[in-house]
Write a protein that binds this ligand. Structure first.
Ligand code: BV8
Length: 236
């Protein structure tokens, strides 16, 4: 793809699926046997904090047993070797992009391995459980919650995301169903900016018609092939 300097990549749960991390909208729309609204909203946390904390404790522990897959490793290679701007905006709250070696990563929905102190706003790195209400390392209050953007909460660093889209020459969406906004709307922002758009996903997403090009199959096949394409000199 000639003339491409700046790339924005959006990833979703599908890029981590082959690492053994459940996606959100698999069969029956249940998620780890829970309804999303029972475990991923501030109202759920207020109503039943133990249920929510146990849900996130389980997932925080689970992701630490998983490893990045070939798709994460391919994006990390692109991050290393691409000499233009590149931003991986991930909806995922696992750290597999970073463990694969990517550095230009933005977690718009938060991170499993951070806690957030609702008393002093600190966001300490956190790998253990929160169910026992541990003290905040900064202020000592027993007021830590998962550093996760729940439904109804504002995604992180939206200004940076839109600034990167303004400068982008290519928008690529990988492993997302296009079900959750504002992330699902980025392809339309890109189109309005006249930016070419590419979808790499197991199956057509809910927004597939907005993409100039869509390739369907497992991320561990599609992503390394696409990265190889991007890093190979254009055939004259
Ligand atoms: C907000 C943290 C207000 C939780 C998550 C209309 C417009 C705007 C907003 C809304 C709207 N209608 C409703 C809303 C509100 C809501 C929303 O979008 N609801 C949906 C359900 C309609 N949005 C919000 O509440 C957001 N906040 O709007 O704030 C606001 C906004 C702007 C300005 C002011 C105020 C907050 C949303 C964040 C919620 N938190 N995550 C946690 O992780 O514990 S969202 C959750 O869904 C995850 O982050 C996940 O990443 C995300 C999206 O899901 P996907 O990643 O796409 O995963 P999914 O399972 O759906 O799909 C996987 C895909 O992979 C599939 O397509 C599958 O085919 C593919 N796949 C599977 N295997 C593979 C594969 N692909 C390749 N290879 C494979 N092997």
């Amino acid at each position: 793809m000639t003339g491409i300097r700046n790339i924005v990549i959006l990833t979703g749960a599908g890029i981590s699926a082959e690492s053994g991390i459940d996606t959100f909208r698999a069969e029956g729309g249940l998620w780890e046997d829970h309804r999303v609204e029972d475990v991923a909203t501030p109202e759920a946390f207020a109503r039943d904090p133990d249920l929510v904390l146990r849900f996130y404790d389980m997932r925080r522990a689970a992701i630490q047993t998983k490893a990045p897959n070939a798709a994460h490793l391919a994006l990390a290679r692109l991050d290393r070797e691409w000499d233009g701007d590149l931003l991986i905006v991930t909806q995922n709250v696992d750290d597999l992009h970073e463990r694969a070696g990517a550095t230009r990563v933005l977690h718009m929905h938060g991170e499993h391995l951070n806690a957030w102190c609702t008393a002093c706003d600190a966001r300490p790195r956190w790998t253990g459980p929160l169910i026992d209400r541990p003290a905040c390392p900064e202020c000592g209050a027993a007021a830590l919650r998962p550093d996760i953007v729940w439904f109804g909460e504002m995604p992180y660093r939206m200004d940076e995301i839109f600034a990167a889209l303004e400068e982008a020459d290519l928008f690529v969406s990988i492993g997302t169903s296009g079900a959750v906004y504002p992330a699902a709307g980025f392809v339309r922002n890109a189109r309005e900016l006249g930016i070419p758009t590419l979808e790499l996903n197991l199956e057509p997403s809910q927004g597939t018609y907005w993409f100039d090009e869509a390739r369907h199959g497992p991320a561990t096949g599609l992503v390394p092939a696409w990265v190889e394409e991007m890093l190979s000199p254009p055939r004259t």
